[in-house]
Design a protein around this ligand. Structure first.
Ligand code: FES
Length: 652
């Protein structure tokens, strides 16, 4: 079989950087491995009962037996690498007692020798690396090779038997002879069928799984040998961890095993996460669970898209957003009253301006003598990595008029790094049905959300219900038409076009009529009234983003003078503020502080801070969820202190 490097991986036979510390040690006793042994033993007992006494269907007992072989190999494998205990005797004991369930006709030391040869010589020709048997030869041969891996091990061993110590080779030959003899005896006594259905057939399927999942998937197609570049001789297979990891008994992270063989299997993912950056710096071989190779940079993007989107330490989007001056690279007309603006991001700021779907940036400019700032959603998919927004001119809107009428390519604007939580975590293996409802410029975050989701989740679908006045004022009409296919259904609702297919406004009844059943998540984006009305009529996972908020005020039953201490960039400032007075954000700015903010309407989340002591109540909130509020977060542009002392941290 021809072997190729994964696309984007520059083959390197240069010495690579040293091995990072996995941070995982061999325990005194690896309880999960011991538990796995006894559970598998129980599974075998069930299978034996089913075959010998219970008369169970082979459709049940064969998969049970195959699982026994596969799982017992996991225990055997841990024994081989002394990963069950710091005590060598315990490792050897588990090796000996698990061996019969994997390949009864040989002994643990023989298999240990073969497996260590694989580790020393990974990806060498199969006469040197015994596991190359599983990926050598044309594709049609592979299933036969997988089914005969243990027989190939015997051939491999016999070729080296003269070099092996007699204490190993003699018991190996003896065991083989005894097991063959016992099997023949049982057959002669009328138990041949039991031997076949209890052991030989299920064990064959188990060996296929082992060869396929333990050997072929982690190594096939990689050209580097262990000696040349250990980071590219074995791969990790990312994605679908919730089912891949238990199903593969963690061997989807097989690269971690080859780098750190004595790390117990149930610690592979933890070790990978701990040293992820170091592995990526060393150009580790990575593929998605369905086989697409990822360069370290592609992996970083993939991880951003699929990780739990709760802010992670060290991630750019988890840091407090800050302004940088950016140059406008282009301005293009979109509709008669909107434009698309693209910014140049210098290389040294690329990480700070990396974004995920549904995030927005805040622009700041002095317009006609007034310092203004406004938030705009990023419209590009994450894969485009382009900072692009669309600005619709609002009648009488100072900032939107400035962008549409005065801003020119080459101008410099203060642009805040991306922020926002209007997204769900993506999973390349998911098959989901999303529905988005947008009105007017509410389409802007959805352009990125829909494109990124459909790119990342090839089996998912989107339905978009999109309200506008006329076709001419419909933002991204042409782009949406080009995107529409069997995975993206678009319904245009036009309030100013009486003859339209769907005339009028978006209502809960219309949404119920147009949305498919079994919606995985709803995205509602537009004016507050629309979002509130629809949100109240929908069950399930509903994400909202409000574009134009109606001012409202919290009911504050106390009016006290509060001492407010604010921590911003690690610097603490204290001021006095009445409950019935300004918001905490306004008061902080009057003190000369520069807390982050954008919409000042409780809609963007930029001004978020955590209350560490005391209590503050908000006039309105369109961003924070119940869990965030429960942990103390408030939108400071909406927050008023209601206890005598309040401490807030913008950096939390
Ligand atoms: S500034 Fe937007 S929510 Fe406070």
């Amino acid at each position: 079989m021809s072997q190729t490097s994964p696309p984007g991986l520059a083959p390197s036979r240069q010495p690579v950087l040293g091995l990072p510390d996995p941070g995982e040690r061999v325990p005194t006793l690896a309880v999960p491995t011991v538990a796995l042994y006894f559970l598998t033993l129980a599974l075998f007992a069930g299978e034996a009962y089913g075959v010998i006494a219970g008369g169970w269907s082979h459709w049940l007992t064969v998969p049970m037996g195959a699982a026994v072989t596969f799982l017992m190999f996991s225990v055997l494998h841990e024994s081989t690498h002394h990963a069950i205990s710091t005590n060598t005797r315990i490792n050897d004991a588990f090796g000996h007692v698990s061996m019969p369930f994997v390949a009864a006709y040989t002994i643990f030391p023989m298999l240990k020798f073969i497996h260590i040869e694989h580790h020393r010589n990974t990806n060498e020709p199969m006469m040197v690396d015994p596991d190359q048997w599983t990926s050598s030869g044309p594709a049609w041969q592979l299933p036969f090779r997988w089914a005969t891996l243990d027989l190939w091990y015997l051939v491999y061993y016999l070729r080296r038997i003269r070099e092996r110590p007699l204490t190993e080779s003699v018991p190996t030959v003896l065991m083989f002879s005894v097991v063959v003899g016992v099997a023949a005896l049982l057959t002669a006594n009328g138990h041949g069928a039991d031997v076949v259905w209890l052991y030989l057939v299920p064990q064959r399927f188990g060996v296929v799984l082992l060869a396929w999942w333990f050997d072929y998937l982690p190594h096939h197609g990689l050209t580097m040998t262990q000696r040349e570049n250990k980071y590219q001789a074995t791969r990790v297979r990312v994605g679908g961890e919730s089912w891949m990891t238990p199903l593969f008994v963690y061997q989807n992270y097989h690269l971690v095993h080859h780098l750190h063989p004595s790390v117990p299997f149930y610690r592979y993912v933890r070790a990978w996460r701990r040293n992820e950056q170091a592995y990526l710096d060393r150009n580790a071989a990575i593929s998605t669970w369905f086989g697409r190779s990822l360069t370290p940079n592609e992996y970083r993007t993939w991880r951003r898209l699929t990780e739990d989107l709760a802010p992670a330490a060290g991630h750019a989007s988890a840091q407090r957003p800050v302004f940088h001056p950016l140059r406008v690279s282009s301005i293009e007309p979109l509709t008669e009253d909107s434009k698309v603006v693209t910014f140049d991001v210098p290389t040294d700021l690329a990480l700070e301006y990396s974004y995920i779907q549904g995030q927005h940036i805040t622009l700041r400019a002095i317009v006609h003598g007034t310092d203004l700032r406004r938030s705009y959603s990023i419209v590009s998919p994450v894969s485009a990595n382009t900072l692009r927004i669309a600005v619709k001119q609002i009648p009488g809107g100072v900032f939107s008029s400035y962008v549409n009428d005065e801003l020119q390519p080459g101008d410099i604007l203060d642009v805040m790094s991306p922020t926002g939580r209007f997204q769900t975590a993506l999973d390349a293996g998911a098959r989901r049905s999303y529905v988005a409802v947008a009105a007017g410029s509410g389409i802007t975050p959805l352009m990125s959300i829909m494109a990124t989701t459909l790119e990342t989740e090839p089996a998912s679908t989107f339905t978009l219900i999109y309200g506008n006045r006329t076709t001419e004022t419909t933002m991204f009409a042409a782009e949406l038409e080009a995107m529409a296919d069997e995975r993206l259904t678009i319904h245009h609702v036009l309030s100013g076009t009486p003859g339209a297919t769907l005339p009028g406004r978006i209502t809960p009844e219309l949404v119920r009529e147009l949305a498919p059943g079994g919606v995985s998540a709803w995205f509602l984006c537009g004016p507050q009234e629309l979002v509130d009305t629809l949100g109240a009529s929908i069950d399930g996972t509903v994400l909202t983003e409000v574009f134009h908020t109606e001012p409202s005020q919290a009911e504050i039953t106390v009016d006290i003078e509060s001492t407010v201490m604010v921590s911003l960039d690690g610097v603490e400032s204290t001021f006095v503020l009445r409950s019935s007075g300004d918001t905490i954000l306004d008061a902080a700015m009057q003190q000369g502080l520069e807390p982050p903010y954008s919409c000042a309407g409780g809609a963007c989340g930029t001004c978020r801070a955590k209350v560490l002591l005391g209590k503050a109540v908000m006039d309105q909130n369109h961003v924070l969820d119940d869990a965030e509020i429960a942990t103390g977060y408030v939108l400071t542009c909406q927050a008023h202190p209601v206890t005598e002392e309040v401490r807030l941290d913008y950096d939390a």
